[in-house]
Design a protein around this ligand. Structure first.
Ligand code: BES
Ligand code: ZN
Length: 634
């Protein structure tokens, strides 16, 4: 059997660690650079050195009424000589049966439950290379959000979507749920005939009468990138390679909004090499989706809150598309290396935006990112985990989701911009492109990246840099490049004019983009009277804004200044939108006053059942939520 490079590297690493001989039949041509790292993932119970999945076949039935997935998962596995067991991650799953490829039962058992879920230990017989697990999902499967028709755009049919990153896939598939373990997958999914299923794989473009859909993902991916959505979906192509899925009432708007997708894809390819995944589509989900976007291969999952009607938030698509290289092609080996996914992606996203919209536009995005980073650094410095502001994280023993912050994104991107400034853009681009090519379909540790950086960029160009101050120290190093934006300087000037007495409606705001409005709203004076807030609202219709970024920034100011004319809108926004990036600042701002705390509790009581488990987890912590009568969903 030809070993895939990732598997080979895992086996080589294992061998280096335990001193056993190299696996037979390794092909020296495809061998990756041998690394001295031992990839230990603290967030998976799997022991890939013993036995590792190489391919997964799923046969799933989705019951939208019982809100349950029943499935059979068949795995091709590769075992070390003398392997006695394989361990899969599970969380809340019921395991009905485990057999080998011939149908013979295999002894198995679920281990103790921790925050990682429960390990499924399966005893292997000599030569077992296939196992089959029959299972059902539990009532509160963390990855899954089951939506009632009222929570969808069209309000007729229910909806289901999954969110795997970081360690949630194990709550709907028994799997080795580590970003350092890659495998190919196929799936057959049965859904009610009025619905359609799509996955992070080859996808249908129309409903069929049987309600049975088949999928293939021939490129090896880690478990966190397996994704499924089920709903009354329509497809609309944008160009030959790209298109959108959404509910009927949304799909036209989505296709219009994302008209640039093909150009983005071509721009990305010109920068860093061929797109290796076939099609690139986006599915616009209902508003409870907890993220802006999720880079599920071939099919980005996106929030509807980027449908502004003016294409002003499509940089999110550039971001998720960029993950097709940084993250999906070269993948963080563990969640401690998360910055390798997100820092590279923010850098790459900004390069796509710059190529399409120019440096002014990219500069605004960079400044907003820097503002977010500085606020995050203050929060982290005062938190129980001040070390979370390092690029290289130590998340052992913790839910990785709690330590995955803006730091990985913006400090990571700032580090790459600094590197670019040291060697110049042409050399840096060549380096990044070669990095993606060299390590395609492999996982990457911070150490391995730093060794590659030293050898292929810093040493050849005689660059001396305090890399440790970036990777292993807290805070933002002094040599971080400062983003510049002339357009924001103009916004600052208009704020000054308003403060000095120019009426709001006379400010020079015409032609402002969403980013300028965000900057404006973030930089209003500390103290504002209700009359001033009214004046702004009358002039710019902020409470009525259909742009979620503008509205969220405005509502935050309304809470801060106790401008309660906007609180009904706040209530309806928090009850429909479940995107965590909006929820956190709004609920946080509410907790700053007694009146706000009460309002937060009241709103959260009704909104909580509308949120996905990742948002629930965060907001429960934020509000120290204790509910004696938990709503049915969580
Ligand atoms: N991969 C992330 C989303 C994610 C991060 C899910 C950590 C689970 C754990 C995705 O690529 C992302 O970063 N989304 C951002 C948008 C982006 C434009 C910064 C978001 O959701 O806001
Ligand atoms: Zn991302």
């Amino acid at each position: 059997m030809a070993l895939n490079p990732t598997l080979l590297s895992l086996l080589l690493l294992a061998c280096a660690a335990c001193g056993s001989p190299e696996p037979e039949g390794s092909d020296p041509v495809t061998e990756p650079v041998e690394s001295t790292d031992h990839v230990m993932d603290h967030h998976s119970n799997a022991r890939p050195q013993e036995a590792v999945i190489t391919h997964l076949d799923l046969d799933l039935a989705v019951d939208m009424v019982q809100q349950q997935i029943q499935g059979t998962a068949s795995y091709s596995i590769h075992t070390a000589p003398d392997a006695k067991r394989i361990i899969l991650d599970t969380d809340g799953l019921s395991i009905d049966r485990v057999t080998d490829g011939s149908g013979a039962e295999l002894e198995h058992g679920l281990g103790d439950s921790t925050f990682l879920g429960r390990p499924l230990n399966i005893a292997l017989k000599k030569g077992t290379d296939k196992i089959i697990v029959t299972y059902r999902t539990g009532e509160n499967a963390k990855a899954l959000q089951w939506l009632a028709p009222q929570q969808t755009a069209d309000k007729v049919h229910p909806f289901l979507f999954t969110q795997g990153q970081a360690i949630l896939t194990r709550s709907w598939i028994p799997v080795q749920d580590s970003p350092g373990i890659r495998f190919t997958y196929n799936a057959k999914v049965k859904v009610p005939t009025e619905l359609m299923a799509v996955m992070s794989a080859s996808n249908p473009q129309a409903r069929n009468n049987e309600g049975v859909y088949t999928f293939t993902m021939p490129q090896a991916i880690p478990a966190y990138l397996i994704a499924l959505a089920v709903g009354d979906l329509e497809f609309k192509p944008v160009d030959q390679r790209t298109g959108v899925y959404a509910e009927r009432s949304v799909v036209e708007r989505a296709a219009w909004e994302f008209a640039d997708m093909g150009t983005m894809l071509e721009t990305a390819e010109r920068l860093y090499g061929p797109y290796r995944w076939g099609r690139y589509d986006v599915i616009v989900l209902p508003p409870s989706f907890p993220f802006g976007g999720m880079e599920n291969p071939r099919l980005t999952f996106a929030t509807p809150t980027i449908l502004t009607g003016d294409r002003s938030l499509t940089s999110l698509v550039a971001h998720e598309l960029a993950h097709s290289w940084s993250g999906n092609l070269v993948t963080n080996a563990t969640w401690n290396d998360f910055w390798l996914n997100e820092g590279f992606t923010v850098y790459f996203e900004s390069r796509i935006s710059e190529a399409i919209h120019g440096p002014d536009y990219a500069g605004m995005l960079q400044q907003l990112g820097r503002q977010d980073l500085l606020a995050t650094l203050v929060r982290i410095a005062n938190s129980a985990h001040p070390e979370d502001s390092k690029l290289r994280l130590d998340l052992a023993g913790r839910d990785p989701d709690d330590g995955m912050t803006e730091v990985a994104y913006e400090k990571g991107a700032a580090f790459l911009r600094l590197l670019e400034s040291k060697v110049g853009r042409p050399k840096f681009d060549a380096f990044i492109r070669e990095y993606f090519d060299t390590f395609a379909f492999q996982s990457m540790t911070t150490d391995r990246f730093l060794a590659h950086l030293q050898e292929h960029l810093l040493a050849p160009n005689n660059v001396v840099l305090d890399v440790a101050s970036w990777v292993d120290a807290t805070g933002l190093p002094a040599d971080a490049p400062t983003p510049i934006s002339d357009r924001f300087n103009k916004v600052d000037h208009e704020i000054q004019r308003w403060v000095q007495g120019t009426p709001a409606k006379e400010l020079a705001t015409s032609g402002w983009s969403t980013f300028e409005w965000m900057h404006f709203l973030r930089h209003l004076p500390q103290t504002l009277t209700d009359a001033q807030m009214d004046e702004l609202d009358k002039a710019y219709k902020l409470t009525a804004s259909g742009n979620a970024e503008v509205l969220a920034a405005w509502l935050e100011q309304c809470i801060r200044t106790d401008h309660d004319a906007a609180f009904a809108r706040l209530d309806s926004f928090l009850n429909t939108v479940g995107r965590r990036k909006f929820l956190v600042p709004l609920y946080t701002q509410l907790t700053a006053s007694e009146k706000g705390r009460i309002l937060a509790q009241t709103i959260y009581r009704s909104a909580r059942p509308n949120y996905h488990s990742v948002s629930v987890h965060t907001i429960d912590d934020l509000l120290a939520w204790k509910d004696n009568h938990p709503p049915v969903n969580f």
